[in-house]
Ligand binder design. Structure first.
Ligand SMILES: Nc1ncnc2c1ncn2[C@@H]1O[C@H](COP(=O)(O)OP(=O)(O)OP(=O)(O)O)[C@@H](O)[C@H]1O
Ligand SMILES: [Mg+2]
Length: 289
């Protein structure tokens, strides 16, 4: 009689089934093809990104990464008064972007400058009629921004907002309370729908640093550390203005037209930080014109 070895009865154990949770992401053709190729390229370069399981011109099916975003972790550390832990996270993200910007020199696919004029037109259309918005100056500002991006957009736009990094950790309340080294190992980069665009180096640093949880001094220190001049360099100021405008207009649009979604997405944020940064930078831009 055949021996009753455990391996002979593998079919009885359901846990052997290969069940994967997946994310199904649909987008335009050019966006999807670029993102899928880019994810594979990053995997090849040893970045922690989700595995692409299947793709065609319109969709990407990739591994679902269970966890919370770095943004959420930063919010938690902000509420719990742990600025040093916010600092170690944003330092890690900035170092990551610095490496990314040099590694991506090997990416040879076609890229276009970030469509800044279209993006700013949308901002000004939505915010027009509000105090301190000057339609004539806005036109000049769009022309200036287009020139800046046409001449200086040399870096792939990763869109490095902390919402585009997932920590493989189920609940922010269970995050280890000693240091972030354990967390950092578990960070997965997601969302590369913008990699068909080129932008200025500062853009992704701004996407990481211009959030209300990041102290002003740290923001300045990290920009300095990565040799990015924001005090004197006009091009950098324009690029930061554009990012802040996008950050603010999205929040404004949601709160005004989609209050339900707004609550789910932004409720816990200090959105006035984004409004104030935008308004301050807009005035700075008006003075330059
Ligand atoms: N591989 C993944 N594993 C787990 N969750 C994911 C994954 N990819 C995307 N998500 C979730 O879906 C959301 C939207 O995906 P993605 O960031 O790619 O698109 P988006 O257009 O930028 O939308 P959003 O503005 O919500 O980030 C992410 O913020 C994240 O919460
Ligand atoms: Mg995203």
């Amino acid at each position: 009689m055949e021996q009753t070895k455990k391996e002979n009865f593998k079919g009885l154990i359901k846990e052997n089934k290969n069940i994967r949770q997946v994310i199904w992401k649909e987008g335009s053709k050019v966006e999807t093809i670029n993102e899928a190729r880019f994810l594979k390229f990053l995997k090849f370069k040893n970045y922690q990104v989700p595995d692409v399981l299947e793709t065609d011109n319109r969709k990407i099916i990739m591994d679902f990464i269970p966890g919370i975003s770095v943004f959420k972790a930063m919010q938690y550390f902000y509420e719990n008064k742990s600025p040093e832990r916010i600092e170690s996270l944003v330092r890690y993200l900035c170092d990551g972007i610095s490496n990314f910007q040099s590694d991506m020199r090997d990416w040879k696919e076609k890229t276009n400058p970030y469509p800044v004029s279209e993006k700013l037109k949308e901002v000004f259309q939505l915010l027009s009629g509000q105090c301190n918005i000057d339609d004539k100056k806005n036109k000049k500002l769009i022309t200036l921004a287009s020139e800046v991006f046409d001449q200086n957009a040399f870096y792939i736009f990763r869109d490095a907002t902390p919402k585009n990094y997932i920590i493989k950790w189920i609940n922010e309340k269970d995050l280890p309370d000693t240091s972030n080294s354990e967390i950092i190992e578990k960070i997965v980069w997601i969302d590369f729908s913008t990699v068909r665009y080129k932008t200025l180096a500062i853009d992704d640093f701004a996407s990481i640093l211009f959030h209300y949880m990041v102290p002003q001094k740290l923001r300045e220190d990290l920009l300095n550390l990565h040799n990015i001049d924001i005090k004197r360099d006009l091009n950098n100021q324009v690029a930061v203005f554009v990012r802040l405008a996008r950050f603010w207009v999205r929040r404004y649009y949601y709160s005004r037209y989609y209050p339900e979604h707004f609550r789910r997405r932004y409720e816990k944020e200090d959105i006035y930080f984004y409004q104030k940064q935008f308004e301050d930078y807009l005035q700075k831009m008006y003075q330059i014109l």
